[in-house]
Every structure is written in C-alpha cells, then in structure tokens.
Design a protein around this ligand. Structure first.
Ligand SMILES: *Cc1c(COP(=O)(O)O)cnc(C)c1O
Length: 395
C-alpha cells in the first residue's frame, strides 16, 4: 500500500462495499453481574449467543476468587518470560493439572492459542518440509506453517481420503495439522483416519482442540476422547484456556521430551512475558469445575439438541454440527449482516461470519451455545431466528 491516506480510505471503502467491514460492539455491563448470557451492549440489553464460554465458567466466583488470591500473592503481571523469572507456582501447578487431564506426560503454557500454534509448528516443521492441513483450519495453524517456512499443502475439509491422496507424491511431510472441532462449522475432524495416515507416513499429528476441550467426549477431554484416540495417536495436542475454561491462554501437551524440545525451541514461548499468575490460578479452578461438574456438559448437550430440533422444525439452514457451534448458512455477506442486525435489534447478539474467516459464498450466522443459557433462551432465539429468516424471504 502506498504511504498515502487516500490509499487507506480506498481500502476501507472497498470493505464497506463488499459488506466486509468488521466492527466491535462495546459490552458496557453484564446483567446481572456474574451471570454471563445477558449483557448491556451499545445501549441495549441482549442475550449473548456468540461467546466461547461454553461451560458458563468465565464469571464463576471460584475463578475470580482464585485470580484475586494469586494476584495478591504473585502480582498482577508475571514480571518476565517463563525462562527468566516469570514462571510461578500457579503456572507450574496448572501445567501439571493439564497434563493429568489430557493424559500426557507434560504440558507447556503459552500466552495464547495463536502463539502456541506458531510455536509448535515452527519447532516441529522444518524449513522447506511439507505441512499438510485441512482447508478450514484455524488461521493460526496456517500462519504457523508459513512462519516455519514450510511448504503448506491443504486438503478438502474433513476429507481424510483427500489428505492421503495429497501426500502420495510427497516424501517430506513432517506435520499433519487439524482443528479437532472446527471453529466456524462446528464439525469434527476425521481424527482416526488422520492418525493412521500420520503413523503410516511418519509425520506428527498436531490436533488443535481449542473448541473441543471441556465440551466433547464423555469426560470433556475433547475430540480425541470422542474419537477414542490416545496420546500415541496424536502426539501434539494444543488446547486453549480462553474458551470452555473461561480464562485466557493456551497450552501444548505431549510426552516429556517433545515438550522439552518445544520449551527449548518455540520462539513464541521464549520471547514473551508469561501469562499473569492470576489467570493461571483461575484456569486451575476452571479445570477442576469442568471435571467435577459434569452437569455443565450434560446441560450444554441437551440445549444443543433442543436448538437443533427446533431449528430443523422451523426449516432453518442448519449445518451438520453436534457441537455448541451452530452455524446457519446465509451464503451472502450482506444477507448475513442484515440477519445479524435484525437479531440484535430483537435482543439477540449473534455474529455474522464472513470471508476471509470462511470461504466466499459461505457467509453465515454463527450461534454459540453455553451451559449458562436456559431452555427459555434457546426457545427465544429460535423464535427470533424464525422471524428474521421469514423477513429475509419476503420479496
Ligand atoms: C480460538 C482458537 C485459537 C486461538 O486461541 P487464542 O487463545 O484465542 O489465541 C486457535 N485455534 C483454534 C482452533 C481456535 O478456535
């Protein structure tokens, strides 16, 4: 871009013309404080259907109490990178708890999932080696392969046969990377087939289960538990703390030496300030609740079933998702935006997802459900969706 204001104005005008300009809404208050599914936003009270707080833990009093206690003891900030003087007891305990939860020997905390993916790909994919990825992988997995200087090869979404075919002429594939539960479609990766392919080809299988952890599987251990796969089948697991666990941050889980090598090599681990200790303490509390209070997961799945059967009977364009991520296809970006605005005016905050987050022509409304929602919330949003869709259908 030219260093010129007009070029910037023109670029913004282009986004407007394509209905692709994004904007933020300001959450002024949570109503009632501590609940989490209603918020005062841009001067209006709305029910929130676009948060990743799947288990309803983000505002739980145990988390905020743990955060306050650890901050009072260790400070608001960690003060340094983990390898300098930033790695405190709350971090270390959380790593051990996450290792036990994921059934791995060891885990390593990262400040965000984005950084975890950049770090793990740069550590395990060499320059000019091939990384094979699902076409709909999260942006951080794509960027990670690019930053590693690897050759990025992509296969059709969730198509393990296409993945195997793509690898046939390739001899230097070192990492196969996939989302566990896909963030924009709500479906799961064919993990058993990908694990077999990775084993056959001597590649690492990297599973990013940011959305699946805490939500999928009989005990909430995520998409690998759902697929019945152990640590040997998927030796690199990325999880985040900012979604079902309601906090912030991320981790990579693996065997002892894998994690040690990551600690030695991952630049996004080494050259950045450690997470605030209070966040680590809150995540520990969240992990305990996610394991002890299985009713959260059960309630969430009951709400998902209620939403899907209601939406199906209303003839809404559901996608094939059994997860808390429930997209409704609008195809056109302007239409998705109109639907989202209509819902907001009716008191429901549902985001419109457009390109480049999803491929062109597949713009959608993306609802996310939470254990903090009630059955009445689900029924109300279905009614509002029906109204909005009916209005769109009018000539
Ligand atoms: C949200 C997400 C990330 C990024 O995690 P952050 O902690 O928010 O940076 C990475 N991968 C997937 C699949 C995600 O959904």
């Amino acid at each position: 871009m030219r260093a010129d204001r007009l070029a910037v104005t023109a670029a913004l005008a282009e986004l407007d013309a394509a209905s692709l300009r994004r904007r933020r809404r300001v959450i002024e208050a949570c109503e009632p404080a501590g609940a989490g599914t209603r918020a005062r936003v841009d001067g209006r009270t709305v029910r929130v259907f676009c948060s990743n707080d799947y288990l309803g833990l983000a505002r739980h009093a145990d988390l905020t109490a743990a955060m306050h206690a650890a901050s009072a003891e260790f400070g608001a900030g960690s003060g340094a990178a983990h390898l300098v003087a930033g790695h405190s007891r709350p971090h270390h305990e959380l790593e051990e708890q996450l290792a036990a939860f994921t059934g791995r020997e060891r885990t390593l905390l990262f400040s965000t999932g984005y950084m975890a993916n950049l770090g793990v790909l740069a550590a395990f994919a060499g320059r000019n080696e091939t990384v094979l990825e699902d076409r709909l992988n999260h942006a951080s997995l794509i960027d990670g392969a690019r930053l590693a200087g690897a050759r990025l090869l992509r296969y059709a979404h969730a198509d393990a046969a296409a993945a195997a075919l793509a690898l046939e002429p390739i001899s230097d594939c070192t990492v196969i990377a996939t989302d566990g539960l896909f963030s924009m479609d709500g479906d799961v990766a064919p993990l058993r087939e990908l694990a077999a392919l990775a084993a056959r080809r001597g590649a690492w299988l990297l599973v990013d289960d940011a959305h699946g952890l805490g939500v999928l599987g009989a005990s909430g251990r995520g998409s690998l538990e759902l697929a019945g796969l152990d640590a040997a089948a998927a030796p690199l697991l990325v999880g985040t703390l900012g979604k079902a666990l309601g906090c912030f941050g991320a981790f990579v889980a693996g065997d002892r030496d894998v994690v040690e090598l990551l600690l030695q090599r991952a630049r996004t681990y080494i050259y950045t300030t450690a997470l605030p200790p209070g966040i680590a303490a809150a995540a520990s509390a969240a992990l305990g609740l996610a394991q002890r209070e299985s009713w959260r997961r059960e309630k969430l799945h009951a709400l998902i079933a209620r939403f899907r059967s209601g939406a199906a009977s209303l003839g809404l364009p559901l996608m094939d998702s059994a997860s808390p991520i429930q997209p409704l296809l609008a195809h056109d970006a302007a239409r998705a935006l109109r639907l989202s605005e209509a819902l907001f005016a009716a008191g429901f905050w549902v985001s419109a997802i457009r390109t480049p987050t999803v491929p062109p022509g597949s713009a959608r409304l993306r609802l996310t459900l939470s254990a903090a929602h009630s059955e009445a919330d689900i029924d109300a949003v279905l009614q509002a969706l029906d109204d909005a869709w009916r209005h769109e259908r009018k000539p």
